[in-house]
Ligand binder design. Structure first.
Ligand code: SF4
Length: 289
């Protein structure tokens, strides 16, 4: 493992894989670790620790960028191209990790390479989206850009996702992409129970009401949240609020399995709408990069 200025680098032997997450297809995690250091807890950190990839929380918070990502994609795209509906970045790290410019730079190159091969991306971050993504001739306009928002309470964020971007800045950067005509979404997962933070879900929903899709899910693996006496009723009620709000605002939504008492399987295809050919976009004279 090499350290160049500010960040660690590693090489890997593969990158693209088929995800088991209910709303996903293929996925890329081109970083090991994540400086956001979430304490919900972070499932990816728990798994990395269990399988011996990292020894401690401190080590997890020092991300290692996969330096040969683009070379791996050159080999893997032709191999998987016919099977891929869309590629998600990322499930076990953050593609636009806050204050990690080397990671953002690599993520942009990965999205560009996938898009140039007519593969659309869904992206999820707790960081700030760069304006570069509005360069339609480079990235296309089929990608779906998402942020995670589970609160607007900055005191809560500083405890549970200490090194992520602040909530309003995150929303503002997403809104810029929306205003540019790009598809946007919000993952409201893991949504905390009231014994972790008292908040009004509707107030959060109003802040993000410009997005195309919302995914809502409960908080798992947190002892305090699980012991919340009305846990099941609470999530049932919050999921209903999301459903009602989305129906009124005509936002597509999916409630993650296990959040409500009865799951709706038909909404899990919420992301990854069919691709408009990248060639069509390149030739679209109306779009200014
Ligand atoms: S942003 Fe995601 S991957 Fe990073 S620490 Fe938080 S939960 Fe884990």
């Amino acid at each position: 493992m090499k350290k160049e200025v500010g960040i660690f680098y590693i090489n890997r032997s593969n990158l693209l894989y088929k995800s088991k997450v209910e709303y996903a297809d293929f996925c890329i995690n081109h970083v090991e670790g994540c400086s956001h250091g979430c304490r919900f807890p972070c499932y990816a950190f728990n798994m990395a620790k269990r399988f011996g990839k990292v020894k401690s929380y401190e080590e997890w918070c020092k991300p290692k960028l996969v330096k040969n990502s683009l070379r791996l994609l050159d080999k893997e795209i032709p191999k998987y191209k016919n099977q891929i509906k869309f590629v998600h970045l990322c499930f076990t790290t953050d593609p636009f990790m806050y204050k990690q410019p080397e990671i953002s730079e690599m993520t942009l190159k990965i999205i560009e390479k996938l898009n140039q091969n007519n593969i659309k991306c869904t992206v999820l971050t707790k960081g700030i989206y760069p304006r570069d993504l509005t360069e339609i001739k480079k990235y296309g306009r089929n990608n779906e850009y998402g942020i995670t928002i589970v609160s607007l309470n900055e005191s809560f964020r500083k405890i549970f996702e200490p090194n992520s971007s602040n909530y309003l800045a995150r929303i503002k950067a997403l809104k810029k992409l929306h205003d540019f005509g790009l598809r946007t979404w919000v993952s409201m997962e893991p949504y905390p129970t009231p014994n972790l933070v008292k908040q009004d879900l509707l107030k959060i929903l109003r802040e993000i009401s410009f997005v195309d899709n919302i995914i809502f899910g409960k908080l798992n693996y947190n002892v305090k949240s699980s012991s919340f006496i009305d846990n099941k009723d609470f999530y049932e009620e919050q999921a209903r609020i999301v459903e009602k709000f989305c129906k009124i605002k005509r936002i597509k939504y999916h409630i993650k399995y296990g959040t409500k008492k009865t799951d709706n399987f038909s909404t899990s295809t919420i992301l990854g709408k069919p691709l408009v050919s990248f060639q069509t976009i390149k030739e679209d004279k109306l779009i200014v990069a």
